[in-house]
Design a protein around this ligand. Structure first.
Ligand code: SAH
Ligand code: SF4
Ligand code: F3S
Length: 540
């Protein structure tokens, strides 16, 4: 059976697709690059904004036409959109055969097998849907304890050729779901309760990836710094540790931490996890993590970043707004001055820190003054880049139900463009500060320098996601002689383009770390020159 799998959305989805691919591959399915060659079409979807859903709808529409024309295809919708739309999708879009939420992907092989065995006389009416529904939150503890998903992560066989994260770089989940319930956000509804993986599982997975040639891992979680695993609580009968539901915000209050420590409870915090990975998996040259929640980022975690040279000095910590009133309506749980306190502390503790984030413009009731406050925050904080989104009302969220989407679209668009322009100026300044520095660059792609640099660079960043940190995926340039560039990232995640004589020379760098001197700075990237003296693979 030939499968075409297309992924929309964030890095979580990219990792999920990689796990689905590896799981189905082990069961004998093969994968093709074009939907026309496949008999099973899988879309791993995203619901974070309406636009993300539109993309998937148009693909689903095309498959519908092919099915109408008589082609025998199995169409599976996976991920957050499946979870959010639920059975409604099957009712309104009969071409969809399978629905599988992000928390149920371990059940996908079963759903597929069931669909395959269906015939015209005996259609698969049941068992083509695996959704958590509301049950995941109600029975979260039980769910966490029986987590079949954990098996999916653990049985992962990393295939660099099919890794969505690129050569020698891999994503590793540390936390699933989210408990924060920002009022605009679907993620807690689609991904369920926050569940933390046992640290031993994470360390083992990283060791296995390193054995397979991975030199960079990006730890994934919606709020990675809230990672906290209490030992001895969730165990199997034979004493193995299981994933466990997150402790909630109270765990981060200093007085609460003292009570816990006094009770002799043994926990692995985010700082402990970073340190363990650094110490126990020396083959990893770079350890990164996304996304950080601007609250509760401990000094310990920042100190680990400062002291462990293979833990990258990079934070993606979205502010979302620069107005206290809007932050409150968003239920973000911090004020602008608390955000600034965190950022100042981070820059003080971590030398050479690079900071990125996200903003939402046009949140309901956002006034010109609120928006100006956001601009002020962008002026005040040296963000290397920000993803800027127009507010998109999502059914099922608190903001959708309680606060009318009253900012006109043209105002949203204007604010979006204005903030992008402002961020672009700031990014150019932040990049310029690195001029003259010689830095290790992890090369992950190539491109032809003959393309208009701005457009190509925009493609580079735009080739990513529905809202978060750019994945290291780069457009491949034409394979011709000419001026070629190798594209990589610094430890702080600044993009670096280095001109090479040929595509072969550029490609030869991919997958390894070399030092380069920064000779040019733009809003989106640095231009580097390879350090001839020391262009061999080095650590950070
Ligand atoms: N867990 C991360 C973000 C996950 S969603 C965090 O809390 O920072 C990625 C980004 O999408 C968010 O940071 C936010 O900027 C944006 N986003 C989420 N819901 C949105 C919505 N309804 N409309 C517009 N942007 C949204
Ligand atoms: Fe969770 Fe982030 Fe969504 Fe807030 S924005 S609910 S922290 S995923
Ligand atoms: Fe889901 Fe990621 Fe989109 S968590 S809604 S796929 S941003």
């Amino acid at each position: 059976m030939r499968v075409y799998l297309e992924t929309f959305g964030c890095q979580m989805n990219e990792l999920d697709s990689e796990l689905v691919r590896s799981n189905l591959h082990s069961l004998g399915y093969s994968f093709v690059d074009r939907p026309e060659e496949a008999s099973v079409i899988l879309f791993n979807t995203c619901s974070v904004r309406e636009q993300a859903e539109q993309k998937a709808w148009s693909r689903i529409g095309i498959i519908g036409q092919r099915k109408k024309a008589g082609e025998k295809l199995i169409l599976g919708v996976l991920g957050c959109m499946a979870e959010r739309d639920g059975l409604d999708m099957l009712r309104r879009h009969p071409q969809v055969d399978i629905l599988c939420g992000p928390g149920e992907l371990d059940r996908l092989p079963h759903l597929l097998a069931n669909m395959r065995s269906a015939t015209d006389e005996r259609p698969a009416r049941t068992e083509r849907v695996a959704l958590a529904g509301n049950s995941s939150r109600r029975t979260a503890t039980l769910e966490a304890a029986q987590d079949g998903l954990e098996a999916l992560d653990l049985s992962r066989s990393f295939d660099p050729a099919h890794s969505l994260a690129g050569t020698a770089s891999a994503y590793v989940r540390i936390t699933r779901g989210c408990n924060k319930f920002c009022t605009y956000c679907v993620v807690p509804h689609t991904r369920g309760a926050e569940v933390h993986r046992p640290p031993d599982h994470i360390v083992d997975e990283c060791k296995r990836l390193a054995d397979q040639g991975v030199i960079e891992v990006t730890l994934l979680g919606q709020t990675v710094n809230h990672y906290r695993y209490t030992h001895g609580r969730a165990l199997t009968v034979d004493g193995r540790e299981l994933p466990q539901v997150g402790p909630g915000l109270a765990a981060f209050r200093p007085q609460d931490a003292r009570v816990r420590a006094a009770s002799g409870e043994r926990t692995t915090t985010f700082a402990d996890l970073l340190f363990r990975l650094h110490e126990e998996v020396p083959a990893l040259r770079r350890i990164r993590f996304v996304t950080s929640y601007p609250r509760d980022f401990s000094d310990e975690a920042l100190q680990v970043m400062a002291q462990c040279d293979r833990v990258c000095p990079y934070l993606h910590a979205p502010a979302q707004s620069g107005s206290d009133r809007i932050l409150k309506l968003m239920n973000r749980g911090y004020t602008v001055s608390e955000y600034l306190e965190f950022v100042d502390r981070a820059f003080q503790i971590v030398p050479d820190l690079c900071l990125a984030g996200d903003f939402i413009v046009g949140f309901p009731t956002e006034t010109d003054e609120d928006f100006e406050a956001t601009c002020d925050l962008v002026r005040r904080v040296p963000f290397k880049n920000n993803f800027i989104f127009k507010y998109s009302p999502r059914p099922g969220t608190v903001a959708y139900d309680r606060i009318p989407d009253d900012v006109p679209d043209e105002v949203k668009r204007w604010r979006n463009n204005r903030l992008l322009a402002l961020q672009s100026e700031r990014s150019a300044l932040v990049h310029a500060e690195w001029l003259g520095r010689t830095l290790p660059v992890f090369f992950q792609g190539t491109r032809s320098a003959r393309r208009a640099p701005a457009a190509a660079a925009a493609g580079l960043v735009g080739a990513t996601i529905e809202g978060r940190d750019p994945a290291p995926s780069f457009p491949a340039g034409p394979d011709s002689v000419g001026s070629w560039q190798a594209i990589g990232r610094t430890a702080g995640d600044l993009i670096v383009a280095v001109s090479m004589n040929s595509s072969a020379d550029a490609r030869a760098l991919v997958g390894s770390i070399h030092t380069a001197t920064m000779v040019g700075a733009e809003a989106l990237l640095l231009r580097g020159r390879l350090d001839e003296q020391n262009s061999s693979v080095i650590g950070l």
